[in-house]
Design a binder for this molecule. Structure first.
Ligand code: KIV
Length: 271
């Protein structure tokens, strides 16, 4: 039987086993109790409380403004709703870069106040000390390389990363470093499929792609994007499994009509 089916609780160890057995890892974001419960019931392997909450939940243009308190508030109900999936929480911008002691206390707050199972940090060599210190406290760390949205003002654009040799080489070095440090997995965002395949076959830890092609160990999407709750965002890598925005607008329009025409509530819908 596949590792995926027989496991009642996904751990970082299970994810390594899945890579060994070439079973793909399915990961999605969630930011609230109701959605997390559905996603977990459907059998997702990893739930990411992503700092994409800054965009899809709070309506900000970038992920930079979300705070540690906000991330903790999003993560706590997600953990409460989850029985099977591994829950990973993004460390927000400004809580881990530059000072590894601050990084550790931010990660400890996430683990203690949410009950999550791991944290995710964007970057390689430049955040080495923070990763080391967090790992030394026994907190599992997921890396994130390629397009790292917290550095949007450095890149200036969200276009595909690491197309040039220099940047591709740096990404491979960073992936190797993350593995050496002890990260349990790496997210690769928006990089050429060929490069992602190379990284996934070089490192032994699972590599989860978003816009990184099929030859990695798993895929992640933002839940609101794949359900079609967001309307404007449509990069090439995004597959929409539903068009919930038009379903919701249609339902609300019907409700408004029913209220205004006195169709709702009817005789059976009252006491
Ligand atoms: O914040 C997020 O949702 C993410 C995914 C895009 C990987 O980091």
């Amino acid at each position: 039987m596949s590792v995926h089916k027989k496991i009642k609780k996904i751990t970082t160890h299970v994810l390594s086993e899945m890579k060994l057995k070439n079973e793909k890892i399915a990961m999605l974001t969630a930011y609230d109790f109701s959605m997390a419960r559905l996603v977990d019931q459907a059998g997702i392997d990893v739930i990411l409380v992503g700092d994409s909450a800054s965009n899809v939940m709070a309506g900000n243009d970038t992920t930079l403004s979300i705070t540690l308190d906000e991330m903790i508030n999003y993560a706590r109900p997600v953990v409460r709703a989850t029985e099977r999936a591994l829950v990973v929480v993004d460390m927000p911008f400004g809580t881990y870069q530059g000072n590894s002691k601050v990084a550790l206390s931010s990660a400890i707050r996430i683990m203690k106040e949410t009950g999550a199972h791991a944290v995710k940090l964007e970057g390689g060599e430049e955040i080495k000390e923070s990763i080391e210190r967090i790992l030394s406290a026994g907190i599992p760390v997921m890396g994130h390389l390629g397009l790292t949205p917290q550095s949007i003002h450095k890149f200036g654009t969200y276009i595909v990363r690491a197309k040039e040799e220099d940047e591709a080489n740096k990404l491979i070095e960073d992936a190797n470093l993350l593995e050496e440090l002890g990260c349990f997995a790496i997210v690769l965002e928006k990089i050429p499929a060929e490069l992602a395949e190379k990284v996934a076959s070089t490192v032994k830890i699972p590599v989860i792609g978003i816009g990184a092609g099929p030859m990695v160990d798993g895929q992640v999407l933002v839940l609101h994007d794949m359900l079609g709750l967001t309307q404007e965002f449509s990069p090439r890598f995004l597959r929409r499994y539903h068009n919930l925005s038009s379903e919701i607008i249609g339902s609300v329009e019907n409700y408004i009509d029913d209220v205004k025409s006195l169709d709702f509530p009817n005789e059976k819908e009252q006491y």
